[in-house]
Design a protein around this ligand. Structure first.
Ligand code: HEC
Ligand code: HEC
Length: 472
């Protein structure tokens, strides 16, 4: 990988300042870290290079983007597909359609940078709108979502990639078998112990997808967003830069896709380079995982142990699976499953590879007998229906997103939940007990077991969940 040489400290220090920030005074109103990395990283990074890249990524995640560098999008909307605004807006910020913050860390900051956010950091999601200058919180115009934390996000993406590859291999095998035997082949979609229903491959090469569960028809697991509809940290980062900050990444908003280097018409070209996005992804992907705290108070320790048992007895772990096994800790960026508007590994000469095994926190993760890393996410990366006729609290969205039913959400990973109140996809539950009681649909039996338990057992589950923390 190449960084431009720093004039001041040639030698070990590799990073530098490029054009827009070159020679900038410390008080200049530019965006710290922006365009510091001249080229996209590529190949396998050694530890010092990785550390340096992560440092630039952290700077960018915490940076307050300025209009000097292109913040704001007077003539473009927050829509994921580059969309011109119907009316030019000359305000830098707008609470509902955005831009709604000056930095990523304005929302992702609890308990530390990269963390979750309180209700006040909620975002209004309306990806399909051609004119998204709405000015009402009426749920018919947008879905309101709470800010979730990003700790362990790289491992989540790696799990999703391995699971998608497994499911696609099952589909290909079934298609081959059906062609060879000239008869339909029914195959179970199971990976890492999580079941996604069935497919039936037909001899003529068609597939019956009507029995798939909790996943898209292309069998790619999309682990990000609480709806489970975003593929990668890279895709989410490109979305977020435009939506929240009006900073438009070249890889989606540049001339290649839109025919213009200034799609939002704010007189700033090439606001975010591919290398800037890479640095942001590298920082997020290498964020340490949340941990399971061993309480120092005896009564908390006893209650948490009891709670862990009840969590299993009530089958909370049917969806919130304690850990999933990961074969490889090597994170490739850009990744394999992104499409138009987000770079993928086929569109660059050599993708970068970050080996998480180099990172101190990753060394303490447990392994199974096959040498696979056990990622303690408390999730299954699968979508589930969360309402039924008598309890429909979590069915509060009116707009469907990417063809996913309105009352269907991806299992929230519970690692870190002890430090990320409030709860639920809208961050509108102040207690763990209230979000647990709001579960329904596929989780109804489990929820009822909790509701019927004595108060001591219920409280033990809370004691257990409170041990799942993000350390400061
Ligand atoms: C105004 C608040 C806000 C800002 C600013 C913000 N985010 Fe987020 N972020 C959210 C919310 C809300 C969600 C959950 C969205 C959903 O579930 O649909 C989220 C989710 C994410 C996710 C997916 C996490 C997951 O597990 O599903 C990533 C990645 C992310 N943000 C990265 C960023 C980056 C990078 C930036 C800056 C470029 C940023 N965010 C700026 C509020 C914000
Ligand atoms: C059928 C799958 C399923 C089962 C079973 C299940 N959950 Fe969940 N859980 C989910 C989904 C999906 C969400 C996200 C819901 C939302 O926000 O809309 C969730 C969210 C949560 C949250 C909120 C997390 C956050 O960060 O806001 C907690 C806490 C939780 N579950 C605990 C439990 C407990 C305790 C049990 C057992 C009594 C349980 N769950 C059983 C699927 C399940």
């Amino acid at each position: 990988m190449t960084f431009r040489n720093n004039v001041i400290s040639a030698g070990l220090l590799l990073s530098v300042f490029l054009s827009s920030n070159a020679g900038a005074q410390v008080w200049s109103e530019t965006t710290p870290g922006l365009k510091q990395l001249q080229k996209m990283p590529s190949g396998v990074l050694e530890k010092p290079e990785l550390d340096e890249l992560i440092e630039i990524g952290e700077k960018l995640f915490g940076a307050k983007f300025t209009t000097t560098d292109g913040a704001g999008r007077p003539n473009a909307t927050q829509a994921i597909i580059p969309t011109k605004a119907r009316h030019r807006t000359n305000t830098n910020f707008a609470r509902l359609p955005g831009p709604d913050a000056q930095a990523c860390s304005s929302c992702h900051n609890d308990p530390v940078i990269g963390g979750a956010g309180d209700f006040v950091t909620n975002v209004f999601v309306s990806e399909g709108f051609s004119n998204a200058n709405f000015d009402t919180t009426d749920p018919q115009f947008s879905n309101e979502r709470g800010t979730n934390h990003l700790f362990g996000a790289g491992l989540i993406e790696l799990l999703a990639r391995e699971m998608s590859a497994d499911l696609i291999a099952i589909r290909n095998d079934a298609l081959n078998q059906a062609a060879i035997n000239n008869e339909p082949v029914k195959a179970k979609l199971e990976t890492k112990g999580v079941q996604f229903g069935f497919i039936t491959a037909l001899p003529d090469g068609l597939i019956d997808l009507t029995k798939i569960e909790g996943i898209d028809t292309d069998l790619v697991i999309r682990p990000f967003s609480q709806k489970g509809v975003m593929t990668s940290l890279r895709q989410f980062t490109v979305n977020a830069l435009n939506h929240h900050h009006g900073m438009q990444p070249d890889e989606r908003f540049g001339a290649r896709w839109t025919g213009s280097d200034d799609f939002d018409e704010d007189d700033r070209n090439n606001e975010i380079t591919n290398a800037d996005v890479s640095a942001l992804v590298a920082w997020q992907a290498t964020l340490r995982t949340p941990t399971e705290l061993v309480p120092s108070q005896e009564n908390w320790k006893t209650a948490a142990a009891e709670g862990e048992r009840a969590f299993a007895d009530f089958k909370c772990n049917a969806c919130h699976i304690k850990s999933l096994p990961l074969k490889s800790l090597k994170f490739q960026d850009p990744g394999p499953f992104d499409v138009s508007g987000t770079l993928n590994n086929k569109q660059v000469k050599t993708p970068a590879t970050y080996d998480m095994a180099l990172l101190e926190w990753a060394k303490s993760l447990p392994k199974n007998s096959k040498g696979e890393t056990l990622v303690p996410l408390f999730g299954d990366l699968k979508r589930h229906k969360m309402t039924d006729r008598s309890i429909s609290t979590l069915g509060n969205e009116l707009l469907s997103q990417r063809f996913v039913g309105r009352d269907i959400f991806m299992t929230a990973e519970l690692w870190g939940v002890g430090t990320t109140a409030p709860y639920g996809h809208r961050n509108d539950f102040t207690t763990l007990e209230s979000i647990i009681l709001a579960h329904s649909g596929s989780a109804r039996k489990s929820r009822d077991a909790y509701a019927k338990a004595d108060s001591e057992t219920r409280s033990s589950i809370i004691a257990y969940l409170k041990t799942l923390v993000i350390e400061k």
